[in-house]
Write a new protein. Structure first.
Length: 262
């Protein structure tokens, strides 16, 4: 009497096991098919990658430098094959150029290599021991050279008779930065800064026929404000410069005119 009851149960279990095995086998086949497909795509992509050549090289961001200078540093392999190009090595070579602040080398889908440059911008020409070189806002010394654009920069003299004095240099750069922020027009008219051994500065402006004794960089904002107000005053005030040897802003809340001959 038990036989008819047992067999349907066993048959049902057997069917369920079969279905589970079938589903599992189907899942395995799907996974296997996906893996094979991925491998095929990877192999085809690898072959395509190996067959690619650099079509052209573009340089972006140069202003002072000639593009050819940067192209010479790229140094593509003779094969021009993409697989032989190491963009990181190219960036390191270009970064060795003293006028390059940062660089990014990117290989596009059209097989064009793009080199994006950020140049170091000189803010002054330093004259020391008969030699000339540029300096940027970070205090980085740059070699004196011809550039693609004409640089109209103020001259810094007296920064060091032997080696460059970093303390004086920091003081001068801080003063120049403050001047640019407070009065951009006056900053553009700055023609020379002469630094004496004790670190005090004398400023020369195209708007001022007489030099201005500035002192050190202490209270530089207040001194710049007095210079700006004085030089942007009336033309009648400027006429007095003809008899003035120099102006002095080292005294608090004053602009002192020293007459010629004293």
């Amino acid at each position: 009497m038990l036989r008819p009851l047992i067999h349907p149960v066993l048959d049902k279990v057997a069917v369920m096991d079969f279905v589970a095995v079938f589903k599992k086998a189907g899942s395995l086949r799907f996974v296997l098919l996906f893996v094979v497909f991925a491998v095929v795509i990877w192999v085809l992509a690898l072959r395509w990658q190996h067959s690619r050549n650099i079509s052209r090289v573009s340089v972006v961001g140069t202003n002072l430098l000639r593009q050819q200078e940067i192209l010479d540093l790229v140094k593509l392999p003779s094969s021009r094959a993409v697989r032989d190009v190491n963009t990181a090595e190219i960036e390191l070579r270009i970064l060795k150029h003293p006028f390059v602040k940062s660089v990014s080398v990117f290989l596009g889908a059209s097989d064009a290599l793009t080199v994006t440059i950020e140049e170091r911008k000189p803010i002054a020409l330093v004259v020391s021991k008969g030699k000339q070189f540029y300096i940027d806002a970070e205090g980085r010394l740059l070699p004196y050279r011809l550039t693609e654009v004409v640089l109209d920069l103020p001259i810094l003299s007296g920064l060091g008779r032997g080696s460059l004095d970093s303390v004086r240099l920091a003081s001068v750069l801080a003063t120049m930065t403050a001047l640019q922020q407070q009065d951009a027009q006056l900053y553009r008219g700055l023609s020379e800064i002469d630094i004496v051994p004790n670190g005090e500065m004398t400023l020369h402006f195209t708007e001022s026929p007489a030099p201005i004794r500035f002192g050190n960089s202490d209270e530089k904002e207040q001194k710049i404000a007095r210079i700006s107000a004085f030089l942007h005053h009336t033309e009648q005030t400027h006429a007095k410069f003809k008899q003035t040897a120099y102006l002095d802003v080292r005294w608090q809340n004053q602009v002192v005119l020293h007459p010629s001959g004293n």
